[in-house]
Write a protein that binds this ligand. Structure first.
Ligand code: GTP
Ligand code: MG
Length: 387
């Protein structure tokens, strides 16, 4: 939501150097839970991914958010001063802002303003590899941009981003909005074509009658690493960064005592996944529904952070796959003490989950994980196998 409305041109020309220095701003209304700090840290990592350095974190305490300026007018002006002092050229808020708040904050502080959804979308944009992922991200950004356009006509002509002359009765804003709407329609059409082809692949896969396991979970939990270890496909990228995977990959692999099966790697989840992105990535996310069994990959180093687990649970419920048979792979157990892992396992087993500790890097726990996968498919409850 760069408020000068010159986003389109800046996307092509890259960022202004000062925008690589960021002020991270958060509002503490006293109602936030203990994960507020982790949320801020996560946002800092996401910004690093974009080559942006957080030069200062600012927490504003207020009873409730201000509908016009989010943190209050005085503080918003102060942010402008701090950004000058620190050489920061971008304000990032750790939540979602309304278009009005973003516009006012940008005007008062004199800096472009991003909110958390925008940051996540920019990370997705940077990571997108396939034409489908690229189109989906662009779709999300276009949809997000439309409500933020209003009232930007002045700034648009000031920065020279728009066309200087105006047709009778048509403001710059309207012209820009129409352009975005045309782009949205064109992207949707292209995506339809891609999805048609994928649907055919899916039908072929279904006809194969092989059980399909889908690796799901929070971003950076180690899904692709487990995918590589289980399928032997070392071309799949796994990296210590958020959102390495934005596309679904399917590979055949062999369960020693069962035989061939299929495994999919999927896009990772994050807290407060922006609705525009969920909508745009719906088709990719819904591929999870095709699975017979989910392997929920949990990062053992994040089990203390309740909101990570809750956010995955919410997304799985939203996709309608919460009732599907599942196995939890408690991954990265090499990085935590045995006691912490065992506590987690005991508590989840009490809730009826089946939890297998794994380390994707050394392969520890993988034989046990495969045995559990065999057990679940051999129970014969899977519709595909009964067919
Ligand atoms: N120590 C340790 N590191 C691991 C383990 N599994 C994965 N990693 C590391 O964790 C990082 C993330 O792994 P990925 O496999 O890319 O994670 P992902 O879940 O696919 O992440 P996204 O695609 O970004 O959602 C990489 O640096 C891996 O090497 C593990 O069991 N132990
Ligand atoms: Mg991955």
């Amino acid at each position: 939501m760069n408020i000068e409305g010159s986003r389109a041109s800046r996307q092509l020309t890259g960022m202004d150097a000062s925008e690589e220095r960021v002020l991270l701003v958060s509002l503490d209304t006293g109602k936030r839970d203990s994960s507020a700090l982790e949320l801020l840290e996560e946002l800092e990592v996401l910004l690093e991914t974009l080559g942006k350095k957080t030069v200062r974190k600012i927490v504003q305490h207020r009873d409730r958010e201000d509908p016009a300026t989010f943190i209050g007018k005085g503080k918003a002006g102060e942010l402008g001063k701090i950004s000058k002092e620190t050489g920061a050229g971008l304000l990032v808020f750790d939540t979602s802002l309304t278009p009005v708040q973003a516009k006012n904050l940008s005007e008062t502080s004199g800096c472009p303003v991003w909110d958390r959804p925008r940051v996540i979308m920019e990370v997705f944009r940077k990571r997108a590899r396939s034409s489908e992922a690229k189109l989906q991200v662009e779709l999300a950004l276009c949809r997000y941009e439309i409500p933020h356009l209003k009232g930007l006509g002045m700034q648009m002509s000031r920065t020279g981003a728009g066309i200087a002359t105006r047709g009778p009765g048509e403001t710059e804003f309207e012209r820009h909005r129409r352009k975005l709407e045309r782009r949205i329609r064109s992207i949707e059409k292209k995506l339809q074509g891609i999805r048609g082809r994928r649907e055919n692949q899916r039908k072929r896969r279904n006809r194969s009658g092989l059980p399909l396991f889908s690796l799901v979970g929070y971003t950076n939990a180690g899904k692709s690493s487990l995918f590589r270890a289980l399928s032997g496909d070392f071309l799949v990228l796994s990296k210590d960064q958020l959102f390495t995977t934005l596309d679904t990959t399917v590979r055949a692999f062999r369960l020693p005592n069962f035989g061939p099966a299929l495994l999919t790697d999927t896009v990772g989840f994050i807290r407060n996944l922006p609705p525009d992105l969920i909508a745009a990535f719906r088709a990719t996310l819904e591929e999870i529904r095709e699975a017979d069994v989910l392997v929920w990959v949990v990062d053992a180093t994040k089990i203390e952070d309740e909101s990570v687990l809750v956010s995955v649970e919410e997304i799985l419920k939203d996709l309608g796959v919460w009732e599907m048979p599942r196995i939890i792979a408690l991954n990265k157990t090499d990085l935590v003490g045995r006691e912490a892992s065992e506590r987690f396992i005991r508590s989840y087993e009490r809730q009826g989950e089946s939890v297998i500790p794994t380390c994707a890097l050394t392969g520890e726990g993988l034989p046990e994980l495969m045995r559990e996968m065999e057990r679940v498919v051999s129970e014969g409850k899977l519709s595909k196998l009964v067919r």
